[in-house]
Design a protein around this ligand. Structure first.
Ligand code: UFG
Length: 343
């Protein structure tokens, strides 16, 4: 384990970024968080400080602003960067493709350019299971061919993976890992940080917790006529703290120079497919409540099923998802209650 090293976290005030900051600090790293707060709150950084008892460095910086980013690289000494900062709503990306290409790709290229300019060797990129699309064989391994992206959001993940691959091959000093996340859910057990989407949530678990909190009238289950055991879609829901620990394992691998290749990819999931209805009933039973829901039409763009083969992450990173789904769903509800002041 590498202690006393510093990691730059772009998008560190966001959902996955803030949880990762906590786990890095717990593992002995220092962190520098940058975030433009376009879809996050500075209170998340306060949460990181409270949980860890450390006075975390935080600067409001837009990674698309190369001058501001250069200043960060000048000011702080770090070997590794975790790049979370990106827009992430599939539907919005269909309506505003340029906004997505502009933000997600320019920010990523700026980061890699600065790493090259300042000889900072290690970058970890937030990729997504979305790159697999509707895979022919399940579960998907890292070798499963990527399918053409069905949204500009998904395309930015594929293009950024390709940019990283090319840069790692071309530039001697640059090493990269892409983590392909499945469906991150849950919150820190302290209930001090969690997911806080602005507006109507797109994702299932925030919609469920907001329905439980009375903010949404009822949950729509998008389709129950898929070719799956109960007719609803299957996904691989990964606890956000487990996911954060996967980042620590990947950063350790980079900083300890243990990589087998200059660019590596890992699936980060549980390996367990869970249906929408299963998730909903588990949420109800572990939190002892009932949720109003209806079966609605399929949502366009949803794949029927996707889940991870996590062998590579298990064996090579020495990482495994550990938190049981029931604890994850209790934590999601505890966080929502905390945010809404529900007793
Ligand atoms: N769902 C509902 N009702 C809702 C919200 C979601 O039934 O109100 C269902 C969806 O149809 C899907 C499942 O819950 O079957 C999970 O949906 P999410 O929106 O939570 O997650 P997705 O699997 O659609 O999204 C994930 C990532 C995205 C990524 C996308 C691509 O969160 O970043 O996969 O497939 F782009």
């Amino acid at each position: 384990m590498s202690s006393n090293k510093t990691v730059l976290i772009s998008g560190g005030a966001g959902y996955i970024g803030s949880h990762t900051a906590v786990e890095l600090i717990n593992a002995g790293y220092n962190v520098v968080i940058i975030d433009n707060l376009s879809n996050s709150e500075k209170e998340a950084v306060d949460g990181v400080r409270k949980i860890t008892g450390k006075d975390v460095v935080f600067e409001i910086v837009d990674t698309c602003d190369k001058t501001a980013l250069r200043q960060i690289f000048k000011s702080y000494d770090f070997d590794s960067v975790i790049h979370f900062a990106a827009y992430k709503a599939v539907g919005e990306s269909m309506a505003e493709p340029l906004m997505y290409y502009q933000n997600n790709l320019v920010s990523f290229m700026n980061i890699v350019e600065m790493m090259k300019e300042f000889n900072r060797p290690n970058i970890l990129f937030s990729s997504s299971a979305t790159v697999y699309g509707e895979a022919e064989n399940l579960p998907v391994t890292e070798q499963t061919p990527r399918q053409p992206a069905t949204s500009p959001y998904g395309n930015t993940k594929q293009i950024a993976e390709d940019i990283l691959h090319d840069c790692c091959r071309a530039y001697e000093g640059v090493h990269g890992i892409a983590l392909r996340y499945f469906n991150p859910i849950g919150a820190h057990p302290s209930a001090l940080i969690g997911e806080l989407p602005r507006g109507v949530p797109n994702n299932l678990v925030p919609f469920i917790t907001q329905t439980a909190a009375g903010i949404r009238k009822e949950l729509s289950v998008f389709g129950n006529d898929y070719d799956t055991p109960d007719g609803t879609c299957l996904r691989d829901y990964i606890d956000v703290v487990d996911l954060a620990k996967a980042h620590v394992a990947a950063v350790n691998r980079m900083t300890d120079c243990k990589m087998d290749a200059k660019y590596e990819i890992f699936n980060i999931g549980t390996g367990n497919p869970i249906s929408v209805l299963e998730l909903l009933t588990t949420f109800e039973s572990v939190n002892n409540l009932k949720l109003p829901y209806k079966i609605a039409a399929r949502r366009s763009g949803d794949v029927p099923a996707v889940w991870a083969d996590t062998s590579r992450a298990n064996e090579v990173l020495g990482w495994k998802a550990e938190r049981p789904l029931r604890e994850t769903l209790q934590a999601a509800w505890a966080w929502e209650k905390n945010v809404r002041n529900i007793k």
